[in-house]
Design a protein around this ligand. Structure first.
Ligand code: NAI
Length: 794
């Protein structure tokens, strides 16, 4: 290029960042890395390594240890040994360690940014200005939570030893998102970086040790998917935190089912980017650049589905394609480029093949006529228009710089299109009309919504998805809870199997046939006969038939789920309204306390006083959730960016509840009340052995203004009905309290649509203990926090 041409084009020349220090660091390690276990680099026990390449050139960067079962064992042993003393440190001491890590990241910011850019292929501009500063911010923020742990999380204890498996798209930032909260709150970690990008994790481990982090607190085991699987399946790990593809997330859900490991999954997305005709069009065009060409589109929350209002679509596409022409694709270390390399040839091929399929299905391809660097894995910024909502490119995560676009006419249609996805990670809404933007934001099925912005992140604002984008949150107070568990649950013991009464045919009973006392099911606010027309006898402890209930089946559950969906208005009822209804239920129960106490006594054999105490505790619990209904609220985050983020707890949706056999009334209320207090609709299966307290409850619900479909009750076999609920794709969460086997089945079958589960692994809860059986631990599981970022102030 000649100087004259530069003047002509007014385009930037190359501005390369030096990589001397990064290359020296690699050379110091002779281009070969072991695992980082117990405070030092150790060679892989199998002697096996794998190679990591520079995506921009294809050149070999380093050889890295391939983690075997023995390596994972060693890392887990080191983490286990360190965990006790790490957790016992005063929060202030851990806060100082986290602070030291934040300072270390800042002191070595450029080295980390360069190593990241060459190992991942992303532009230095992004690693330097986004990934590394945000990672430091994460450690600062969580140093604060460590400092406040004793007072702010006094009722919680650390989970223990945590296995963390992370992807390659933000290798260093994802490390920070995972490691900072885990360590801050007293856990120790085995981290496995992705095979394409292991280097910054190893660099960080080395820097952390130099900054005085005690040995064993953070261990890095490198390897491929098999190494990740070894971590997931290790029996001495208490929690798995995973970010990556939905396929692997689903596999991990299945593998951890029933093990008691806690689990958070941050998975894929196909996030909508909605442009209304009153949007600032140029702003929205720049938004698309940040939404889908940032990090070459290899972003789980990338705004990859453009939904543009019809009237403005031609103008929008014209400006967008013009803007695409000015994007520069170049070497990651060139400071003057917009996009750099795709992480690996296999990812490049995946992008190419998906785009080809989209075009074959009728999409129109727009790519700028720009030069791509030779040698490495590069792909141009791409827009596909004329895309059908069912096209593979509109439903599959491409994970590349490819935006697909559709048009819509009305806000309702935009919402429908936006929510037409198995994912629910993020969304971006562009409109200059505040009422429209916020109305739409509230209706989007997404964990994060950006108004007139995109891809904003902060350590104080939780991040995570709904639906098949996974569960759990990273960042903020809600992210801290993912690494803690309630103290009150610590002493729970396996519950004894309930004694099965044997049916005694007391011949005399036949002499006086009583009225038909078969309780029906309760579906959509009405009593309904069970589809199969079977009933089951309810026996007293002495084996006497004291009633009959319907034997619910698959069809009954399906009907109940339909009814529960139809009652979606409950989610938008005011919290004052929900509170009033919970108090009203309590009042009506109180009016019939003796009758319910007698029933409990007859079913369970518990003394009259014991039964009365259960009814009283149930009334009190209903009051508690009436109280919480208008007090379990969100917060407003003030991130160090323009704007605020509203963190709003939202109902999860339709939730199945398998009630424990014991405490037939109190167990039922303890699980159903927090769910309806927060706007969920419930399909409850009452105590299998003692269901009559719940079936008697129909009339209380009918007289307490509970809208039809908010609470549905299906009696029958807990295991069979749990299986149906767990494999039902329109059930969003399943709570199941019973046997260990029930927990395993529920967690495993819930992998299908990745529904949220809350199970007890057969450990009995003391339902009378308010600390163990009531409160925020339940409300948190009944809600998902949605963060809505809105412009605010200058
Ligand atoms: P992946 O989900 O296979 O890899 C993520 C991490 O999981 C890596 O550390 C990998 O070694 C590990 N892993 C793989 N199999 C495992 C197993 N069975 N058990 C435990 N850990 C395992 O993602 P991959 O193959 O690198 O990318 C494929 C596609 O996944 C991408 O094209 C993209 O669509 C999606 N993806 C989404 C991400 C997100 O943040 N949502 C991140 C990375 C990939």
């Amino acid at each position: 290029m000649t100087v004259a041409r530069y003047f002509d084009e007014m385009s930037y020349g190359p501005a390369p960042e030096a990589d001397t220090e990064a290359r020296q660091w690699l050379a110091r390690h002779k281009g070969e890395f072991g695992h980082f276990i117990n405070g030092a680099f150790v060679a892989p026990s199998s002697g096996k390594t794998f190679e990591t390449f520079e995506p921009a050139t294809g050149a070999l960067l380093a050889k890295v240890a391939l983690g075997s079962a023995k390596d994972v064992d060693d890392a887990v042993a080191a983490a286990r040994k360190a965990q006790g003393s790490w957790a016992k440190l005063p929060g202030h001491a851990r806060a100082r360690h986290l602070y030291a890590l934040a300072r270390t990241i800042q002191r070595h910011a450029r080295l980390i940014a360069v190593v990241e850019a060459i190992d991942n292929g992303k532009p230095i501009r992004e690693t330097r200005d986004i990934d590394v500063p945000l990672a430091a911010r994460h450690f600062y923020h969580h140093a604060g939570w460590a400092q406040l742990q004793e007072t702010e999380f006094a009722d919680q204890v650390p989970v223990g030893v945590v296995g963390q498996v992370i992807p390659w798209n933000f290798p260093f930032l994802m490390l920070a998102w995972k490691v900072a909260p885990a360590l801050a709150l007293g856990n120790t970690v085995i981290l496995k970086p992705a095979e394409f990008t292991p280097l910054t994790a190893l660099l960080f481990a080395e820097l952390a040790a130099a900054a005085g982090l005690p040995a064993g607190v953070l261990n890095v085991v490198t390897g491929e998917g098999e190494t990740g699987a070894l971590i997931v399946e290790h029996s001495d790990i208490d929690k798995i935190a995973f970010t990556g593809s939905t396929e692997v997330g689903r596999l991990i859900r299945e593998k951890t089912a029933g093990t008691g490991k806690s689990l958070t999954l941050e998975l894929g997305g196909k996030s909508p980017f909605i442009v209304f005709d009153d949007a600032d069009i140029d702003g929205a065009v720049e938004g698309v650049v940040d939404a889908i060409w940032f990090n070459q589109g290899q972003v789980c929350c990338a705004g990859s589905r453009l939904l543009v209002q019809e009237g403005v679509a031609p103008l929008f596409y014209e400006r967008l394609t013009r803007r695409m022409q000015s994007l520069r694709v170049g070497h990651p270390l060139d400071k003057a480029i917009d996009m750099a390399a795709i992480v690996a040839p296999v990812q490049l091929q995946r992008i190419e093949s998906l785009v080809a399929k989209g075009v074959a299905e009728g999409a129109k391809l727009h790519q700028p006529k720009i030069e791509l660097p030779k040698g490495g894995s590069f792909y141009p910024p791409t827009l596909l228009t004329n895309v059908q909502p069912t096209s593979i490119v509109a439903t599959e995560e491409i994970f590349g710089p490819v935006a697909v676009s559709m048009t819509f006419r009305t806000p309702e249609e935009a919402i429908q299109l936006a929510n037409h996805s198995r994912y629910g990670l993020a969304a971006s809404v562009w409109s200059e009309t505040i009422g429209l933007a916020l109305n739409v934001a509230a209706k989007l099925a997404a964990g994060v919504v950006w108004v007139n912005a995109t891809n904003l992140f902060d350590a104080a604002a939780g991040f995570g998805g709904k639906r098949e984008s996974g569960f759990g949150r990273e960042g903020g107070r809600e992210g801290c809870y993912e690494y803690l568990k309630p103290k009150a649950w610590a002493g729970r013991k396996l519950r004894a199997a309930p004694a099965e009464p044997v049916l005694k045919q007391a011949t005399g009973d036949f002499a006086a046939p009583s009225l038909d006392r078969t309780a029906k099911l309760f579906i959509g606010g009405k009593q309904a006969r069970p589809d199969g027309n079977y009933s089951r006898a309810v026996l007293s402890p002495k084996g006497k038939v004291i009633g009959e209930v319907g034997e619910g089946n698959r069809k009954d559950i399906r009907n109940a789920v339909v009814a529960a969906h139809a009652a979606s208005g409950w989610a938008s009822a005011t919290s004052h309204n929900r509170a009033q209804i919970l108090y009203y239920i309590a009042e009506n129960l109180s009016g019939r306390a003796d009758e319910f106490a007698n029933r409990i006594s007859a079913m369970t054999g518990v003394s009259a006083a014991g039964a009365k105490a259960e009814v009283e505790a149930s009334i009190s619990r209903l009051f508690s959730y009436g109280a919480w209904a208008d007090k379990y609220e969100g917060v407003v985050h003030q991130p160090p960016l323009r704007g605020v983020a509203l963190a709003m707890p939202e109902s999860i949706g339709v939730v199945g509840v398998i009630c424990p056999t014991e405490a037939p009334l109190l167990g039922f209320i303890s699980l159903v009340a927090p769910l309806i207090a927060t706007g969920n609709r419930v399909v409850a299966v009452p105590s299998e052995q003692h269901p009559l307290a719940a079936t008697d409850f129909y009339s209380i619900l009918e007289t307490s203004d509970v809208p039809a479909g908010v609470v549905n009750i299906v009696t029958g076999s807990a295991m069979e009905l749990a299986k149906t609920l767990a494999s039902h794709n329109d059930v969003d969460a399943l709570w199941a309290f019973g046997t260990q086997e029930l927990s395993t089945v529920v967690e495993k079958l819930s992998a299908g649509n990745l529904k949220r589960t809350f199970v007890d692994y057969g450990k009995a809860t003391d339902w009378f203990d308010r600390f163990a059986a009531e409160g925020q631990a339940y409300l948190r599981r009944a809600t998902d926090v949605k963060n809505i970022w809105i412009p605010y102030g200058e």
